[in-house]
Design a binder for this molecule. Structure first.
Ligand code: FDP
Length: 345
């Protein structure tokens, strides 16, 4: 029987105490998110028992069908964060506009963006889904936050993380001091430190991509993916394919075991499918902190300046050498087609 454990609360506060100037606001905000994650995890566990699985017969701003659990997760996060005085504004993948803090509550210095339930098309088949969050320091000077507080490039994030509701529930986050993972112990209702300082292998075992889109990709991307599976000379060592179709679950596996996840632009999604602010930027911050990397194919994700809340981006993320291989292949393809080549990764 283990008698000494590190709870997420203790870990966050220990990290904060290394910085005498810290006010504790960010630590408390992370702890609020951990609370929301526990509530969502409990709802997901019961989802098959109570009749909350399936569609809410509603479409979100992206025109996708919203699932009931999406709505529950979205409201849970709002309600856990909106009254604490730590947040000035929020933005959710499920809401068209920014989410203001209700006027009866005080505001704080952070802007929080989140995807409440990523991979939600997997809900009805009981596969892993996740929550992704991203935290910025506000740039507006006073009052309620504005859209400028959430339209910041990923390199300005002060924290980012995800929760994976899988065979166990895990919360993985970074504040720019490495990546740390916690597993929810359902018997005591606490996230316990299980994966301190995660470092992803430089070269991965897996490649993860929806290959049914192969003929919709440009030639450079087709060559890169063929290279990942060893189909071309000068590719990398052939990799094993793993694709769940749930970003958090695919990213998490590759983070731990090593691998590369790709969601490229294609003829149906010319800007890619994934959202820069709610998916790509937070995952890119985590990947880089774990010594991996993330690009849209040509540009570092964390350098992209967002122009719109629900902007999409192609994403190539994971083990550093594998992402480098794909980026190099795309650059060579772009050069030989005469396209303007962006700065290297
Ligand atoms: P979902 O549509 O199920 O919500 O961005 C959403 C996302 O899932 C990601 O989690 C996942 O990686 C991707 O879309 C899967 O898309 P495809 O079904 O097109 O492969």
């Amino acid at each position: 029987m283990q008698t000494s454990v590190t709870t997420i609360e203790r870990f966050i506060f220990d990290q904060e105490h290394r910085y005498p100037e810290a006010t504790g606001e960010l630590s408390n905000l992370l702890y609020d998110i951990a609370l929301a994650a526990k509530i969502i995890a409990a709802a997901i566990r019961r989802a098959g028992l109570v009749n909350i699985l399936g569609s809410a017969n509603n479409r979100n701003v992206q025109g996708e069908e919203q699932q009931k659990l999406d709505l529950i997760a979205n409201e849970t996060i709002k309600n856990c964060l909106n009254h604490t005085g730590r947040v000035c504004v929020m933005a959710s993948e499920e809401d068209e506009d920014i989410i203001p803090v209700p006027t009866e509550y005080p505001v704080g210095k952070y802007a929080v963006l989140y995807d409440p339930l990523d991979g939600s098309s997997n809900i009805d088949v009981n596969s892993a889904v996740g929550t992704i969050f991203s935290i910025y320091r506000r740039i507006s000077m006073e009052g309620r936050g504005t859209v400028s507080d959430v339209l910041q490039p990923g390199c300005k994030q002060v924290a980012a993380g995800y929760v994976m509701y899988g065979s166990s529930t895990m919360l993985v986050y970074t504040t720019g001091q490495g990546v740390h993972g916690f597993t929810l112990d359902p018997t005591i209702g606490e996230f316990l430190l299980s994966h301190p300082r995660i470092v992803t292998p430089r070269v991965g075992k897996y490649y993860s991509v929806n290959e049914s889109n192969f003929w919709r990709w440009d030639k450079g991307m087709q060559t890169a993916v063929r290279g990942l599976k060893g189909d071309i000379t000068d590719g990398v060592k052939p990799k094993n394919s793993r694709y769940i179709g749930s970003l958090v679950a695919d990213f998490h596996r590759n983070l731990i075991a090593g691998g590369i996840f790709l969601y490229p632009a294609d003829t149906r999604n010319p800007n890619g499918k994934l959202r820069l602010l709610y998916e790509a930027s937070p995952m890119a911050f985590i990947a880089e902190q774990a010594e991996g990397s993330a690009t849209d194919g040509l540009n570092r994700i964390l350098d992209i300046m967002p122009a719109a809340l629900h902007q999409r981006t192609p994403l190539v993320i994971g083990s550093r050498e594998d992402v480098g291989f794909v980026a190099d292949t795309l650059r060579i393809g772009a050069r030989s087609s005469g396209a303007t080549v962006q700065p290297a990764l």
